[in-house]
Design a protein around this ligand. Structure first.
Ligand SMILES: [Fe+2]
Ligand SMILES: [Fe+2]
Length: 274
């Protein structure tokens, strides 16, 4: 990769190349779930304004995976029957997929698969840790590597670096910083901020490769959760058994681990079938 003489700045990238636009409904949903007084009705109203998304969410909500005997006919009914968090989960995943898969071919598709896994694992881990910010962690998971899309747009050979399995985590960040003067986590955070997404998400994405404090001694036990989900997603992609993964974010209890993995597989099936 050719080293850029000046650090890449998001404002110059925005001015110079076509970046994926964030669907308005995605921004509205993310704000509703994190900042709204009545997230259920705000989420239902936002989805209902988008006929294609409504039809898609209803199809998933009525799929055999949820096993409801009676057909669900509206988003407000779906929110009542499956819960606001589940409807948010389906709708944001459907909308985010377009960001990754519309224009970047195989690179975008592979990145989307990784992002989806990371989001679903972050959601599961968060539920098991303290249950706080579950929806935010899911969203941060599906957006955490968005900066890679930007780097790929700027330098098409960037994908070769990502495809090199030996280069990941801090090594990737170091190589990106040497070439671009910045890295995908920082750029992703800047893009989310540029779109007006909540600060919690911006911070989670921007810091997902920062050195993490020990979660056992940290006062905030969600520190490192996104990084752990990212690592677990890479483990799954490498074909290594997740049950043997040693991370403090995954409980040592074998039953709990089995439940986390079973839940991950079920949720991936729901989203892949959509
Ligand atoms: Fe990353
Ligand atoms: Fe990642």
């Amino acid at each position: 990769m050719i080293a850029h003489t000046n650090p890449l700045l998001l404002k110059d990238i925005v001015a110079g190349i076509r970046l994926p636009a964030c669907p308005l409904v995605f921004i509205q949903l993310t704000r509703a779930i994190q900042e709204g007084d009545q997230p259920s009705s705000e989420v239902a109203n936002t989805i209902s304004m988008d006929p294609a998304l409504t039809a898609h969410v209803l199809r998933v909500a009525n799929s055999a995976m949820y096993g409801h005997p009676r057909r669900i006919h509206s988003i407000s009914e779906a929110t009542l029957r499956l819960g606001c968090s589940e409807i948010y989960f389906i709708a944001t995943a459907l909308k985010a997929r377009d960001l990754f898969t519309t224009s970047l071919g195989k690179f975008g598709q592979t990145l989307w698969e990784h992002s989806l896994k990371t989001g679903v694992l972050a959601r599961g881990l968060c539920r098991r840790r303290n249950g706080m910010l579950t929806d935010a962690f899911f969203t941060a998971g599906i957006l955490h590597d968005l900066g890679k899309l930007i780097l790929q747009q700027v330098t098409p050979s960037y994908m070769l670096l990502c495809e090199d399995g030996a280069v990941s985590g801090s090594e990737l960040v170091a190589r990106e910083t040497a070439a671009f003067g910045t890295h995908h986590a920082a750029l992703g955070g800047e893009l989310l901020d540029h779109w007006g997404l909540p600060e919690t998400l911006v911070k989670l994405v921007a810091e997902h490769h920062d050195p993490q404090p020990d979660p056992n001694t940290s006062r905030n036990n969600s520190h490192g959760l996104l990084a752990a989900a990212n690592e677990m997603a890479h483990t799954i992609e490498s074909g290594a058994p997740l049950m043997e993964r040693k991370t403090t974010m995954i409980t040592a209890d074998a039953n709990e681990r089995h439940m986390l993995i079973a839940e991950f597989q079920r949720q991936m099936q729901i989203l892949r079938a959509s």
